[in-house]
Design a protein around this ligand. Structure first.
Ligand SMILES: *Cc1c(COP(=O)(O)O)cnc(C)c1O
Length: 412
C-alpha cells in the first residue's frame, strides 16, 4: 500500500504531480511519501502492541534526515551501524535511549561516541569487540549495555548477499560460543549484558525462518537465566520483505501476531529493527529517457538514472517495477532499461516488457525508498540525485542535488 497513484493520466505522489516535480528539480529524482512512511511505520509498530516493545528503524535503509525526523516524531527508535548513522539519528532528534548499535566492525572512536551519547545498547558480534567495548567504557567511566548478536543458523531463503543468519555468514556468534561470551560479559566491569539479538537477513517473504530463529533464542534464554543473567531485551532484528513484483510477504500485522504469540508473557522488552518494510515502497526514483536504441539483438532504453543512483538491480539482480509517469498507450516492447555509466552491469531492468517510450519522457522506478539513495555513489563523477519528501500537496527538498563543486570539495 502506497500513495503513488495515477490521476488524470499522470503519476501523483500523494497530491503532488510527479512530472511537475521532475520539471522543477530535475532528474534523476528520489520522491518519498510522508503518508506512506507514516502508514508503514504505524502498521508495523502497532502489530507489536500486545507486548512491550521498541521499534528501532534501520537507518541504513534510508538515512535522509527528513525521513529520520518524521519517523522519530512517530516514536521510532533507530538501529544504527556506524558513527555516521549515530550522528544522523541524534541530529534528527532521536533520543539516545532509543538507539541500538549493530555491526561487526565498530571502531573505538565510534564506541566512545555511542557511550557518550548514552545509547540503549550495543549488539555485539564478537568476543574481541566485547573486550574493546569494555576497555572504552572503563576509560570513560561508563558501563555499556550489550546484547550479543546470535547467529541462529537458519536459512532465510533470500538473496545470499542479504542472508546474515547462517553459519557461513560473518555476523554474530554461534549459539555454542555465545554462552561463553555471556559468561565473560557478566564478569567484565565495563559491561552490562542486558539482551539477546539476532538479525537473520533481509527481504524475507515468509514468517517461518523468523519463528525458527526465535525458537532457538528462547531456548538459549533459558540457559542464560540458569546462569543468573538478568536479560531484559530480545532484539529480533529486521528483514521483513516487501512486494517488489509478485512477492507476497506476510502483512506486518500477521508477522507481529506470530512473533508476539511466541513471546507473550516473557519478561522481555522486544526490540525490532525494520528497514525496508517501512521505507521501500514509500519511495520512487524518477528518471528521464535520454535515448532509445535498437541493436541487432536488443532494444535499449537509455535513461539518466544509473547504477550509481540505484545499485540493487546490478548488485543483487533485483526487480524494480518501472512504469511511465504519463502513460502514452503505445504497444509494449521487450527492452533493457540502462543508465549512462560505462559498465555493462549498469541496468535498471533487463528483458522487460515496457510500452514504447520516447526521448524526454519520464519513467518511475518503484520500490526505491529502501537501499536506493543510501547505496548511491558518485561513480563516473555523477552528482547524486536530489531527494524530495512529499506531504499532501506540499513537497520539500529533503536533500539538494549534488553539484560539481560539492563533488571535489574534499580533494586537494
Ligand atoms: C540491515 C539491517 C536491518 C534492516 O533490515 P531490513 O531488511 O531493511 O528490514 C536490521 N538490523 C540489522 C542488524 C541490519 O543490518
Amino acid at each position: 500500500m502506497h500513495h503513488f497513484k495515477m490521476k488524470n493520466g499522470t503519476l501523483f505522489a500523494e497530491d503532488v504531480n510527479v512530472k511537475e516535480l521532475a520539471r522543477q528539480y530535475g532528474t534523476p529524482l528520489y520522491v518519498y511519501s510522508t503518508a506512506t512512511l507514516t502508514r508503514h511505520f504505524q502498521a508495523f509498530d502497532s502489530a507489536f502492541n500486545a507486548v512491550e516493545h521498541l521499534t528501532c528503524y534501520s537507518v541504513k535503509a534510508n538515512s535522509n534526515l527528513a525521513v529520520l525526523r518524521l519517523l522519530a516524531g512517530l516514536g521510532a527508535g533507530m538501529d544504527i551501524v556506524s558513527g555516521g548513522e549515530l550522528y544522523r539519528a541524534l541530529l534528527a532528534g532521536v533520543p539516545a535511549e532509543r538507539i541500538v548499535y549493530s555491526g561487526v566492525g565498530k571502531k573505538p572512536a565510534e564506541i566512545a561516541q555511542a557511550l557518550s551519547a548514552g545509547i540503549l545498547m550495543f549488539n555485539v558480534e564478537s568476543v574481541q569487540e566485547l573486550v574493546r567495548i569494555n576497555e572504552v567504557a572503563q576509560q570513560l567511566g561508563k558501563t555499556a549495555r550489550v546484547s550479543f548478536r546470535i547467529n541462529p543458523d537458519v536459512d532465510p531463503k533470500t538473496h545470499p548477499y542479504i542472508s546474515t543468519g547462517m553459519k557461513k555468514n560473518k555476523f554474530g556468534l554461534s549459539i555454542d560460543s555465545a554462552l561463553d561470551a555471556y559468561a565473560m560479559a557478566r564478569d567484565l566491569p565495563g559491561i552490562d549484558p542486558v539482551g539477546m539479538d539476532c538479525h537473520i537477513g533481509s527481504q524475507l517473504t515468509t514468517i517461518e525462518p523468523f519463528l525458527e530463529a526465535l525458537d532457538k533464542l528462547l531456548a538459549f534464554y533459558e540457559k542464560l537465566k540458569a546462569m543468573n543473567l538478568n536479560i531484559r531485551y530480545l532484539d529480533l532484528g529486521g528483514g521483513l520483505g516487501i512486494p517488489y513484483d509478485e512477492e507476497e510477504p506476510p502483512h506486518p500485522k500477521e508477522f507481529g501476531a506470530a512473533l508476539t504469540k511466541a513471546i507473550d508473557g516473557l519478561p522481555l522488552k522486544i526490540v525490532l529493527e525494520p528497514g525496508r518494510v517501512i521505507v521501500g515502497n514509500a519511495g520512487i526514483l524518477v528518471t528521464e529517457v535520454l535515448y532509445t536504441k535498437q541493436t541487432a539483438t536488443k532494444t535499449f532504453v537509455i535513461v539518466d538514472a544509473a547504477m550509481n543512483d540505484l545499485i540493487r538491480p546490478s548488485l543483487y539482480g533485483s526487480f524494480h517495477r518501472i512504469e511511465e509517469v504519463t502513460p502514452q498507450g503505445r504497444a509494449a516492447l521487450d527492452v533493457d532499461v540502462v543508465g549512462p555509466i560505462c559498465e555493462s552491469g549498469d541496468f535498471l531492468a533487463k528483458d522487460r516488457q515496457l510500452p514504447e517510450v520516447r526521448q524526454g519522457e519520464l519513467l518511475a522506478v518503484y520500490s526505491a525508498g529502501a537501499y536506493g539513495f543510501t547505496m548511491s555513489s558518485n561513480y563516473n563523477t555523477r552528482t547524486r540525485a536530489a531527494e524530495i519528501l512529499v506531504d499532501g500537496d506540499k513537497a520539500i527538498v529533503a536533500r539538494r542535488r549534488e553539484t560539481y563543486e560539492s563533488l571535489v570539495a574534499n580533494e586537494i
